[in-house]
Design a protein around this ligand. Structure first.
Ligand SMILES: NC(=O)c1ccc[n+]([C@@H]2O[C@H](COP(=O)([O-])OP(=O)(O)OC[C@H]3O[C@@H](n4cnc5c(N)ncnc54)[C@H](OP(=O)(O)O)[C@@H]3O)[C@@H](O)[C@H]2O)c1
Length: 283
């Protein structure tokens, strides 16, 4: 790696921390790791990582990546590590991220917050997006290390932004997964297997993904006129789904949550508008 080789510390060797440390080793960086359960470091040590007995032993490296379960668990570890440069990859709320940024500033620690939009198996591939916010100077200085993990995207100087994007994107994922599970349960009442349903579900999911830019434009402009599909027709369809779910003996909880929202939006006068108008009730 020559000049670009850095000393990198990784705090936390769960599923994700292990993947991060593995990618950094693969890129030729000098990696020190710490984990509450040190036995998990075994495969990484075989690949040349150094095991730190305490977080403080990691802290003196060029840059420390932290990836622990929660912020509450992370904070005492960070305090013990006292890094010079910290990239916080633990998931939390925007307020928690801003809190760590404030603490880091008070300790003279260079800080950037990051969220990983990938599973551990995707780390080190361009498909792994990692979103960052906080100090752009720190982000730029550590870009060589961050690029090893996945495609880095800098969002802005507010340290809470990455966590906000994370939760917004995860919300989409959870809604999609819940919708898919509801669909599988519904067709399953008539003996349709996931393998039979999956091809239609995947094709439909791709088509729905194509609607997102148009919805975004309508939300941005506040113009909900449509010649495609009006909300009242969709609300009626949703009622059919809730009714059929009950009739087939499964819980209508997933569509019922949307039904209440769609009905409220129709009642507020958006029946002839596009589905994008539902954002008025969400807000
Ligand atoms: N996995 C994913 O797909 C994924 C994707 C994006 C973001 N993330 C985020 O990455 C972070 C880590 O996730 P993960 O999947 O790696 O979780 P994980 O496999 O459950 O690992 C949790 C880590 O936290 C440590 N830990 C837990 N309780 C602790 C305590 N009381 N004191 C000290 N250390 C403690 C664990 O140490 P031990 O090994 O000693 O238990 C381990 O290093 C989370 O914030 C998660 O939201 C994960």
């Amino acid at each position: 790696m020559g000049e670009s080789k850095k000393q990198v510390g990784v705090l936390g060797l769960g599923r994700m921390g292990t993947a991060l440390a593995g990618a950094l080793l693969g890129a030729g960086h000098d990696v020190s790791v710490w984990n509450r359960s040190p036995l998990k470091a075994g495969p990484l040590l075989d690949r040349g990582a150094r095991l730190a007995a305490t977080p403080a032993e990691v802290g003196s490296v060029d840059v420390v990546l932290s990836c622990l379960s929660t912020y509450d668990i992370q904070q005492p570890v960070l305090e013990a590590a006292a890094p010079k440069v910290l990239v916080n990859l633990t998931s939390g709320t925007p307020e928690q991220a801003r809190g760590v940024a404030k603490w880091a500033a008070s300790e003279g620690i260079d800080y950037v917050d990051g969220v990983i939009m990938a599973v551990p198996q995707g780390i080190g591939t361009p498909a792994a997006q990692v979103l960052y916010s906080g100090s752009e100077t720190v982000f730029a200085a550590q870009r060589d290390v961050l690029e090893v993990l996945g495609a880095p995207v800098f969002l802005g100087e507010d340290a809470g932004l990455a966590a906000l994007y994370d939760l917004a994107l995860l919300g989409m994922m959870w809604s999609t997964m819940a919708g898919y599970l509801h669909a599988l349960a519904l067709v399953g009442t008539e003996g349709v297997t996931p393998a039979q349903f999956a091809p239609m579900a995947s094709a439909w999911q791709s088509a729905v993904g194509g609607f997102l830019p148009g919805i975004g434009e309508q939300v941005a402009s506040g113009n909900y006129e449509t010649d495609v599909s009006a909300l009242d027709i969709n609300a009626a369809g949703l009622a059919l789904l809730v009714e059929t779910s009950r009739a087939q003996g499964i819980s209508p909880a997933v569509p019922a949550a949307l039904q209440e929202l769609f009905d409220r939006t129709v009642a507020a006068g958006h029946g002839s508008h596009a589905i994008a108008s539902v954002i008025e009730e969400i807000r």
